[in-house]
Write a protein that binds this ligand. Structure first.
Ligand code: IPE
Ligand code: IPE
Ligand code: MG
Length: 257
């Protein structure tokens, strides 16, 4: 009789983190389209905001995972310009959760050395949400371990149009010539000026699209689609994504040596 092989033991977060460190090439900047909260709630016969609330735990887990792995920048797509078209009740639930997230996490983020920046059409936020955003950016300004970009009321095309307008204003004012408009000048006028492009773009819930996220910045990002719904995404799933990234051959149009 053949001896039955023991079932493989799933690797723990610690094992995965050790493998990431051995490999060494950790993505400097990870961007995530946090998707699937609604489906996660529906699977539990719960209203959609229940999924959004559960998604907050995943945000904490991923921030901590990035700190542990030595990622320098994390960009999270939290609310798109198009998401304003959702029912009023869902939009207001999301805005209250944003305020709650900031109120609850701000001091811990500061202690962990996380520097928060919030990008998007922030003029559309309610006064309390806008005040919370201002506060967390001010309170975490000195963080030097991880830059956390939160994209709220954000659209990639709108960001490009804004950059074009800023260039036009500078040309009109004589601070810039038309010939001076190059990729560097454009890049400096994006929300992410000063931050390297994402190396890895993760989208959860299995959807295979960009949904208007960071259109300029992801030109050469490695794409990783996870079937996990956002509230179930955590350190383990993040480390698996980083390990997958470490197996990629990034050629940037060149040929491998
Ligand atoms: C992502 O989850 C959160 C936001 C877009 C604000 P969804 O709310 O899009 O969840 P699904 O895609 O409907 O499952
Ligand atoms: C993208 O998810 C926006 C965020 C994750 C904030 P959506 O759920 O809004 O995107 P679509 O509608 O599936 O493209
Ligand atoms: Mg969605």
């Amino acid at each position: 009789m053949c001896p039955t092989l023991p079932a493989p033991v799933p690797e723990s977060e610690t094992d995965l983190l050790a493998r990431i460190r051995v490999h060494g090439a950790v993505p400097r900047h990870i961007a995530i389209i946090m998707d699937g909260n609604g489906r996660w709630a529906r699977e539990r016969h719960m209203p959609r905001p229940f999924g959004h609330r559960s998604g907050m735990k995943a945000v904490r887990a991923v921030v901590e995972g990035c700190l542990d792995a030595g990622v320098e920048w994390l960009s999270l797509f939290a609310f798109s310009q198009e998401n304003w078209q959702r029912p009023e009740t869902e939009v207001s639930a999301l805005m209250s959760l944003l305020e709650e997230y900031i109120a609850r996490e701000a001091s811990e983020l500061r202690e962990q050395g996380v520097r928060v920046r919030v990008h998007g059409d922030l003029g559309r936020l309610s006064a309390p949400a806008a005040a919370a955003v201002e506060r967390v950016m001010r309170d975490t300004e000195g963080g030097d371990k991880l830059g956390l970009n939160l994209f709220i009321s954000y659209g990639g095309r709108a960001e490009l149009v804004r950059a074009a307008r800023l260039l036009a204003i500078d040309v009109q004012a004589g601070r810039l010539t038309v010939d001076g408009i190059d990729e560097a000048a454009f890049r400096e006028r994006l929300f992410t000026a000063g931050c390297p492009d994402p190396d890895l773009l993760i989208r959860t819930s299995g959807e295979q699209r960009l949904s208007n996220f960071l259109l300029w910045q992801v030109a050469y990002a490695e794409l990783y689609i996870s079937s996990v719904l956002w509230p179930d995404f955590g350190r383990l799933a993040l480390f698996e994504a980083i390990l997958d990234f470490q197996r990629r051959d990034r050629r940037f149009g060149r040929v491998t040596a």
